[in-house]
Design a protein around this ligand. Sequence first.
Ligand code: FAD
Length: 632
Amino acid sequence: MTTTQRNVSEQQARQVAEAARESEWRKPSFGKELFLGRFRLDLIDPWPAEQPRPDADEFLRKLDTFARTEIDGARIERDARIPDEVFQGLARLGAFGMKIDKEYGGLGLTNLHYCRALTLVGSANAAIGALLSAHQSIGVPQPLKIFGSPEQKKAFLPRLAAGEVSAFLLTEPDVGSDPARLGTVAEPVEGGYRLNGVKLWATNGTVATLLVVMARVPEKGITAFVVEGDAEGITVERRNEFLGLRGLENSVTRFHDVFVPEANVIGGLGKGLKIALTTLNTGRLSLPAMCVSAGKRSLAIAREWSADRVQWGRAVGKHEAVAKKIAFIAATTYAMESTLDLCCMIADDDRNDIRIEAALVKLFASEMAWQVADELIQIRGGRGYEKSESLVARGERPAEVEQMLRDLRINRIFEGSTEIMHLLIAREAVDAHLSVAGDIIDPEAGLNRKAKAAARAGGFYAKWLPTLAVGKGQAPAAYGEFGPLAGHLRYVERASRKLARSTFYAMSRWQGKLERKQGFLGRIVDIGAELFAMSAVCVRARAEHDRRPEGVELADLFCRQARLRADALFDALWNNTDSVDVRAAQRVLDGRYTFLEDGVVTSPSDLAWVAAWEPGAATVEDVRRRIPQAEA
Ligand SMILES: Cc1cc2nc3c(=O)[nH]c(=O)nc-3n(C[C@H](O)[C@H](O)[C@H](O)COP(=O)(O)OP(=O)(O)OC[C@H]3O[C@@H](n4cnc5c(N)ncnc54)[C@H](O)[C@@H]3O)c2cc1C
C-alpha cells in the first residue's frame, strides 16, 4: 500500500462516496417523498399482494424441518463451528441458491421468501443466517445477477446454487467505512490482472471457493472481480473471533500476485463501489430478516417466562415495569416484520425504488432489535445474563438470551454502520435541495454558480414551501378508511411536512456546514424511519384486518410508542448538546481529562490500533477450511 492511499483527505473520501452513489431516480420512492414533506401513502397502499409460489412454500417447509431436526444451535455455539453436515444439508435443500435464478440451478426465490428463509434459519443459529446472507446478498450471486455477463452467470452461478460458498471482500485494515483508502491493487497484465493486498473480516472467507474482491485498478478506480478462492497466491491467514456469531467463518485473506482473468471483471472497470452500493439496495434486507428472527424469539420467551415467573405475589409480566417492556417487544417486532415484508414485496413487484426504504429498515431494525434483546435480558433477570448451557445444567429451560444480544450487536456495524446509514440516507433526503440549491451551499462554488443556483432555488422554493404549510393531516376525517389508525396516519402526514420544513430551515441556517451536523441529520433520518414504520404497520393492519383483526391493536400500540419517540426527536433537533459535545470530545482527544482514567489497570501494549500490512507472500500457514461438497 502506498502512503498516498493512507492519507486520503476528507474531501476525497466524500468524492469517492458521491461517485459511487446512484444519482438517478427512475421510479417513485416513498422514502424520498416523505423527506420532502409529501406523504405518498398511495405508493405503499394497498399492501402488495404476495406472489403465490408453491415451490417456495415447499422449500420453506423443508427448511423448517431441517432447522428443527438437523441444526444444533447449542453445538454450533459451543464448538464455534457450523458442522460440515449442516453445510451439506443446506446445499441439498438448495439454500445456497435461494436468490439464484432457476435457469442457473437456483430456487429463484422472491425477496420475501428469501428473507423468510433467513428469519427461519437464523432462529436456529444466527451464524447460519449470516453465512447464507453474506453468500447471496453481498457475495457472488447478487452482483452477478445485476451486473454479470451471460458468460459469467453461466460459469459461476450453477456452482454456487449447488452449494459452493461465496464471500465479499471489501474491508481492509485501513478501509472500514471509507473505501477511498482501498489499498488492494489489481495491476493489468497479459490476459487479466494481478491482485495484491490484504482483506480483513470477510464473512465466509475461510470456506468460500468464489470471492467478490474489490481492488483498485490504476487510473480506472475501484473494480469488482470474481476470484477463485483456491487461486494460487491466496492465503487465508486467520479465522477471526467475535463477541457473537461464534459459528461465523470470517477471514483475513492475503492476495499475493494472484492472477485474475480479464473475463472476471464484474460490470466494468472502476464500477466496483457502484456495484457494491446497488447490490446492497436489496441486499440490505437480509440483516433486518435476522432482526425479525430475534424479535419473534424474544416475544415468545417474554410471553412464556413473564406469565410463569411469580415475584411479589404476581406474574412478573403483570408488574407495570415489565409489562411496558413486553409491549415494546411485541409492537417493535410487528413493526420490524411489517417494514421488512413491505420492502421485500415492493422490490419483488419492481414498482418503486426502494433504496431509501431498505436503508431505513436496516437502520431501524438493527437498532430496535438490539433494544428488544436488551429489554428481554432485563425481563429474564439473572437468567437473562446466564448462558443457555448453564441454565440447562441447573435443570432449567434453555433460552439463548445473552447469545441473542451478542449475535445482534454486529448488525449496527456491518453493511453500513448506523452512523454511515444516517449520512447515506440524509444525503438522499436532502438530494432534492442539493440538486437545485447545491451550489449556493457549496463552499467551493464561485459567485457566478452561486447566483445561478440562487435563481433556480428561488423558483423551486416558491412552489414547494407553500405545500408544506397545509395538508391532509389537518383534516379531522382524513384517512377515515383506516378506522382507529386514521389519527396515526394524519400524524405521519403532518410530521412529514414538519420534517421537510426542519430540513429546509437547517439548510438555510447552516448552509454548507449542514453536512457536518451529524447529530441533526441523524435525528432527521430517525424520524423518517419512525414515520415509515408507522405507515407500514397501518397499511398492513388494514390489509390483513379480516383474517387477523388483532394486527390493528399492534399497529396502534406501535404508532403510539413511535409518536413519542418521533416527538422527542423533533424536540431534540433544536434542543440538544451537539455542539457542546463536539467541543468536549475534542478536549478528550487532546488529553485534558486523562486524570479521569487514573485508578484502573489498563493493559499496556506496544501494538498499533490498526495493524500495518505489507504486500508480499504469506508468512503464515493457510487456515482455510474445506467443506466436502454434498452428494446429490
Ligand atoms: C463480524 C464482521 C463481519 C464482517 N463481514 C464483512 C464482509 O463480509 N465483507 C467486508 O468487506 N467487510 C466485512 N466486515 C467489515 C464491516 O463492514 C466494517 O466493520 C464496517 O464497515 C465498519 O468499518 P470499521 O470497522 O473499519 O469501522 P471504522 O470505519 O473504523 O469506524 C469506526 C467508527 O467511526 C464511525 N465512522 C466512520 N466514518 C464516519 C463518518 N464519516 N461519520 C461518522 N461516523 C463515522 C463508524 O460508524 C464507527 O462507529 C465485517 C465486520 C465484522 C466485525
